[in-house]
Design a protein around this ligand. Structure first.
Ligand code: IMP
Length: 432
């Protein structure tokens, strides 16, 4: 039995979906523990692309059970559409392979509307959210006026809750943002229908998880977003509204820290970011453009072009610390082929002083200038490599330099989007 957490080590979009899909056949259970349909995992199996937003990536493996834990926020329409698409393509013949916690909070129409209204009103100070209502949904959860999945199964109680919440939400929407109010009767009708359709999936996932762990099964916890989008440890306020770090598994899935065996940090071989906020190693010129083109760096959820830059070791060291990383998976190494000499940031210079730690404040981070080390590049197409030894020596040196600087071994290397375009240097689920 091994309980493994896969967590984004940068600003999200590290390719967690691909790694999780590759790991899933080794796990009997895959668990999402935070975030919502702001995430977008693109998986390519036998050349066919599947984009998942809330359903864990283990769904593509026919024997894996997939849990959506209490820490996730769920857009019912979004989830039902995703499930329907999987069913239509014959990828979800047994619906009991997806189980949704009755304690997960529901993203309601006023959450998405408020997300958009707030971003619009913020002008230049907008966070650049995905517009999926994530922040407003978590806000209601924390202020104890949220609606949970289990509430959708009790039409009478649900009406009372909706009426009470609508009063405050519609006031904010109409009086402050001058947007249209949300009709409570129509919403109630729709929410009861969501409950009816979701009921077969509703489960006490905490106990399903505990039973699996006690039975010695291997469990994979699938992180969304990334360490630097974590509401406590990220580049606040340019962050998402949930905890994304490995520790969030405990609260978001409902499992004790003693149950976790390994934490795999997922990084690209370079860095990307979507939305606003500082990005010290960002390349706004030709090199950044070449990275974006070669890496097809456009968001799976919103289609936005991603900002691109060099690999930042300061970030990866911070990520190793806050997540307790036991290994790294390095994705998209193939994208660096043919780009010439490669730079990696090993420290920052802030106000003339050398800094090895990730700055604590946004103001300091904005002033941080990366200190680069230059490494030789390679021109070979590496997508056909299946063993570490097949990689050109410059690519191996790149990987090994990252390992030495971060102090964490790179156990998995991805050299293309397909499942088979993966090099595993060691079995991540080997017994502890
Ligand atoms: P929100 O999560 O929609 O509230 O967006 C907050 C910030 O997190 C924005 O900068 C988004 O671009 C970013 N973000 C949210 N989800 C993802 C993701 O899955 N990948 C990358 N960035 C994300």
């Amino acid at each position: 039995m091994t309980a493994l957490v896969a967590v984004g080590a940068q600003w999200g979009d590290e390719g967690k979906g691909k790694v999780v899909d590759w790991l899933a056949p080794h796990a009997q259970l895959v668990v999402r523990y935070h975030g919502g349909n702001n995430a977008g995992h693109t998986l390519v199996v036998d050349g066919v692309k599947t984009v998942l937003h809330v359903v864990p990536a283990g769904v593509l493996n026919p024997s894996t059970i997939n849990l959506i834990g209490p820490g996730v926020v769920v857009n019912p329409d979004g989830l039902l559409t995703e499930l329907e698409a999987l069913k239509e393509r014959g990828l979800l013949r047994d619906p009991s392979r997806v189980r949704l916690s009755g304690r997960a909070h529901v993203i309601l129409p006023w959450h998405t509307t408020l997300d958009k209204a707030r971003e619009e009103a913020a002008g230049e100070l907008a966070i650049g959210t995905t517009g999926r209502g994530i922040g407003p949904a978590y806000e209601d959860k924390v202020t104890r006026r949220g609606i949970r999945v289990a509430d959708l199964l009790d039409p009478e109680g649900l009406r009372e809750l909706l009426v009470r919440i609508a009063e405050q939400k519609n006031f904010e929407l109409v009086e402050y943002y001058k947007w249209e109010p949300i009709d409570v009767d129509a919403l109630h009708k729709q929410a009861v229908e969501w409950g009816r359709q979701l009921e077969p999936y509703v489960d006490n996932t905490v106990h399903t998880l505990e039973e699996a762990l006690s039975a010695g099964k291997s469990v994979l916890f699938e992180g969304a977003q990334g360490t630097f989008l974590d509401v406590d440890h990220g580049t606040y306020p340019y962050v998402t509204s949930s905890n994304c770090v490995a520790g969030a598994v405990c609260t978001g899935a409902g499992v004790g820290p003693t149950r976790i065996d390994r934490v795999l940090g997922i990084t690209k071989a370079y860095t990307t970011r979507v939305g606003g906020g500082p990005f010290p190693t960002e390349e706004t010129g030709e090199f950044g453009e070449r990275l974006r083109e070669a890496g097809a760096e456009f968001g799976a959820t919103t289609g936005r072009a991603r900002r691109c830059g060099c690999l930042d070791i300061v970030m990866l060291r911070e990520s190793a610390t806050v997540n307790g990383l036991t290994a790294l998976a390095m994705n998209k190494l193939d994208v660096l082929s043919g780009l010439g000499e490669l730079r990696i940031a090993t420290a920052y210079r802030v106000d003339g002083k050398l800094k090895n730690e990730f700055p604590m404040t946004l103001a300091e981070l904005k002033r941080a200038e990366p200190v680069y080390e230059t490494l030789p590049g390679w021109d070979e197409d590496i997508t056909g490599c299946r063993r570490y030894e097949d990689l050109p020596s410059a690519a191996q040196s790149y990987v090994e330099r990252v390992e030495a600087l971060v102090g964490v071994p790179v156990e998995i290397i991805s050299i293309g989007p397909g499942r088979d375009e993966t090099i595993a240097r060691i079995d991540p689920f080997r017994p502890v």
